[in-house]
Design a binder for this molecule. Structure first.
Ligand code: ATP
Length: 364
């Protein structure tokens, strides 16, 4: 297993920059998730690493080799796609053995490698079956096994769980995590599902419009998003983002609703951050679990109006309109609120996020 490094990687189709100056380093044995909405450039980035499409600029290093000009087969990587592309008429054993036969390895070695991979993936009892006699999750494991027998420098996976039903996806998520743990494999994994990334990856590369927004641990991406895009992409329900004005009165600093005129005084630390915003415009960010709901006006709380209420059993989610923005809040199921009811939302000064209203970058 080896490290994979991207340096200023570019891919353009005419004037469209599918991947724009992307740099990051995946360390040996790390599981990195490439995430972002449809069209952000994740698959293109993976295909560039695999060598399936030519780069427009930059360098890619796998292990100790610059692979820019190498064919996919010479890059020492294994790809796992969302459609497993198993050979329907071959048994599981033959599906696993095939890439090794192509390499003309001795029969005994092929058998040993197939048995070892089957053991890791717990499919030893399925080796004589054909793909159509397997469940979706089992087929997925065979596809992983076919990558595994090749003992590559890195595994590249493009939405490998997206064809599975919701329950199986969650189960396979745990299995992939174990697979990574057991093998200490270098894995680069494309998904549009931020939850999949947060739960499995050591690091996340969050992309938007071909540009890498943040490359960090899931905890940091969640806890310290660099801009409003990352803030709203990671976390479910999404972080609420409310555009407000910054007003100073002597030494005090407050946020004011441009639409409704109410004000929210800031703690000294937040006041210092807010004062650095461009033209006195900022975006207040808050995660649902940090907010408190009041039924009457309260200090440090902003007025809002209930839009929807969604009980889920052990927690109730509500959407509240505050200054024209939708605010997500999680509530104890015993709290009774109705659509259109007037409520007040209290923000936690220690856990709120402040972003520049013009650049969208986090204020520090
Ligand atoms: P998805 O989750 O929908 O697969 P993605 O993040 O993987 O999206 P890419 O497939 O990498 O996105 O595409 C990035 C951008 O490049 C998109 O705007 C896409 O339309 C464009 N693109 C990709 N391949 C080509 C191509 N061969 N020719 C022209 N444009 C392309």
């Amino acid at each position: 297993m080896a490290e994979v490094v991207l340096k200023d990687v570019m891919k353009n189709y005419g004037s469209l920059y599918a991947v724009n100056n992307v740099s990051f380093a995946v360390e040996h044995g790390e599981f990195v998730a490439l995430v972002g909405p449809s069209g952000c450039g994740k698959t293109t980035t993976l295909n560039l690493i695999a060598g399936l499409i030519p780069m427009s600029g930059g360098d890619i290093v796998i292990g100790d080799r610059v692979v820019n000009d190498l064919d996919p087969k010479d890059r020492d990587i294994a790809m796992v796609f969302q459609n497993y592309a198993l050979y329907p008429n071959k048994s599981v054993f033959k599906n696993l053995a095939f890439p090794l036969q192509m390499r003309k390895l001795p029969k005994a070695e092929i058998e040993a490698k197939v048995m070892a991979a089957a053991k890791v993936l717990d499919i030893s009892h399925l080796l004589e079956r054909r793909p159509r006699e397997l469940s979706g999750g089992q087929q997925q494991r065979v596809a992983l096994g076919r990558a595994l027998v090749r003992d590559p420098a890195a595994f590249l996976m493009d939405e490998p769980l997206s064809n599975l039903d919701a329950k199986l996806r969650v189960a396979m998520r745990s299995e992939l995590k174990r697979f990574h743990h057991n093998l200490n494999a270098t894995v680069i994994y494309v998904t549009h599902d931020q939850l999949e990334a947060v739960t499995m990856a050591d690091k996340m590369a969050v992309m938007h419009g071909g540009v890498l927004q943040q490359y960090d641990t899931p905890a940091n991406v969640f806890g310290n998003p660099v801009n409003t895009f990352v803030a709203s992409f990671v976390g479910s329900p999404a972080m609420s983002l409310i555009p407000l004005d910054v007003v100073s009165k002597g030494t005090e600093v407050a946020l004011r609703s441009p639409e409704e005129g109410w004000e929210l005084p800031l703690s000294p630390m937040n006041a210092r951050k807010a004062s650095a915003s461009s033209n006195g415009k900022l975006v207040l960010g808050a995660r649902h679990s940090t907010l408190k709901l009041h039924k009457s006006a309260a200090a440090g709380a902003a007025p809002g109006k209930v839009y929807t209420v969604e009980p889920t059993g052990d927690v109730t989610f509500a959407q509240i309109f505050v200054n024209g923005a939708v605010v997500n809040i999680s509530l104890d199921p015993t709290v009774a609120i109705e659509p259109d009811e007037a409520v007040w939302i209290e923000f936690d000064q220690d856990r709120m996020h402040l972003f520049d209203g013009e650049t969208t970058m986090a204020l520090k």
